[in-house]
Design a protein. Structure first.
Length: 466
């Protein structure tokens, strides 16, 4: 079978799936792992199988286990959809199959990533002289940025981490929010700090770092220090007081890293930018492309104000590698990955297709949809909105009861109109709603609210406490 015919068939399968998104069930139709294994775990054949047969049978077997996370009514885990231009570019990227690790391997992949990186620095209001890298996600963006931070703060006390590693090095402190994302902890483990190096800093009622507590934590120790702040709490969407954090940390000689997995995109909106006041003065920033920018998985973005420690932490060289020439950029010299997918093409396509105004509108519309959830659901006396909705995150509690809340979440997921995830915040179970899909509208919210209210009202009243 010719490649064109096979790819045309593949595109048809993808288009068939995309056409189900506006009205289709969001939850997967088959959730049981054994049932999926029965469909997919065939004996490995001894000989070749016709590619079209492989494709058609794979799609047929796997589709029932696919969650429609691109649906405009998918509100779980801060997962965005895929912009049409970005999806189309990514399809071509798969066909090109470029290794975007080095300029000599793919000049176009290197240049398009360079251009997209420059656009991102400008769009996000970061220093134009900052360095950047495209990673698999915010987890690896944290690893990239914190590797640069590790080497920089150790260099300030006379230790060369590039040569000496961490054995015998002065201990590095990481001051982190009590509400930090788990990827910060994993980055600390990967980079050799260990979780014992993390000092949790108290937060206020909204989930923002308490500045007085941070001041005390900075004063309580000495030596190389990294402060990790948040632009967008994973539950509430709250943004730490970044200007005060940056000033305090820098006065103490600390490096400031901002976890902006989704919240950093507030910088693109004139109406939301004030939430990030002071953020551009930090030393590094991490965010995702596959969240609010709505590019295909996987795509993370790492930015470092001073390119030197960034470059030193990630650079590689070998006799068989052609060195970069003047004006050339090797993407693998800025991230942990050596061989890399050409993520820059989808990022480029997304940014160009939306433009500044389109990105700002998308961010604002998602925030408006989050507020709509809070308004409609909060109007019911048995439902409580737990957070101040400042961005795209909404925490909802039902009947002030953990079991009832979990039951409503499970019922909503099973019914299929929309999909939200459960969470625990301040010791109380809640439904966590995240709105970051380019296609979500107020009508999607209203349809979802109707399903949620129906599920909530169908629950038995919780037992009274004595």
């Amino acid at each position: 079978m010719h490649s064109r015919d096979l790819l045309t068939a593949a595109a048809g399968h993808a288009a068939d799936f995309l056409e189900t998104l506006p009205d289709g069930r969001v939850e997967a139709e088959v959730l049981d792992a054994d049932a999926l294994r029965a469909r997919l775990a065939l004996p490995l054949p001894d000989g070749p199988t016709d590619p079209r047969t492989v494709l058609d049978e794979l799609v047929g077997a796997a589709t029932p286990g696919i969650v429609r996370s691109q649906s405009p009514r998918y509100f779980g885990y801060v997962i965005g959809g895929t912009l049409p231009a970005a999806l189309a570019a990514d399809v071509v990227v798969a066909g090109w199959d470029q290794n975007a690790g080095g300029y000599s391997v793919s000049p176009a992949a290197s240049v398009v990533e360079e251009v997209a990186g420059g656009w991102l620095l400008d769009l996000l209001g970061l220093p134009s002289s900052a360095s950047f890298g495209l990673t698999t996600g915010c987890q690896q963006a944290h690893v990239t940025c914190l590797a640069a931070a590790r080497n920089a703060v150790l260099a300030r006390v006379g230790w060369d981490a590039e040569v000496g590693g961490l054995q015998g090095a002065p201990r590095v402190r990481l001051l982190v929010s009590e509400e930090r994302h788990v990827t910060i902890d994993r980055a600390a483990r990967i980079l050799g700090f260990g979780t014992s190096a993390l000092t949790p800093v108290a937060v206020d009622a909204t989930g923002r770092i308490d500045v007085a507590a941070l001041r005390d934590a900075l004063a309580a120790g000495e030596g190389p220090t990294i402060v990790c702040a948040q632009a967008g709490d994973v539950n509430t969407g709250a943004v730490d007081p970044l200007a005060e954090i940056v000033d305090l940390a820098h006065a103490a000689g600390a490096w400031v890293h901002i976890d902006g997995a989704f919240g950093l995109w507030a910088a693109t909106s004139p109406e939301r930018r004030h939430l990030l006041d002071g953020y551009a003065g930090a030393d590094s920033w991490a965010t995702d492309g596959h969240k609010w920018l709505n590019v295909p998985h996987d795509c993370g973005l790492a930015f470092v104000a001073d390119p030197e420690p960034h470059r030193n932490a990630m650079i590689v060289s070998a006799a068989y590698l052609r060195g970069t020439r003047e004006g050339e950029r090797d993407g693998s010299r800025w991230v942990p990955d050596f061989s890399r997918r050409g993520r820059g093409f989808a990022v480029y396509a997304a940014l160009r297709s939306l433009g500044r105004e389109g990105i700002a509108e998308m961010v604002e519309r998602c925030c408006a949809c989050a507020r709509r959830f809070a308004e409609v659901l909060g109007a019911d006396d048995a439902i409580e909105i737990l957070n101040d909705v400042v961005l795209n995150q909404v925490l909802v509690r039902f009947a002030d009861d953990d079991a009832t809340t979990d039951a409503v979440v499970a019922a909503v997921q099973a019914e299929g109109t929309c999909w939200m995830s459960p969470t625990t915040w301040r010791g109380r179970r809640a439904m966590r709603i995240s709105v970051c899909n380019w296609a979500t509208t107020i009508s999607d919210v209203d349809r979802s609210c109707a399903a949620i209210l129906g599920a909530a009202r169908a629950q038995p009243a919780p037992p009274r406490s004595r």
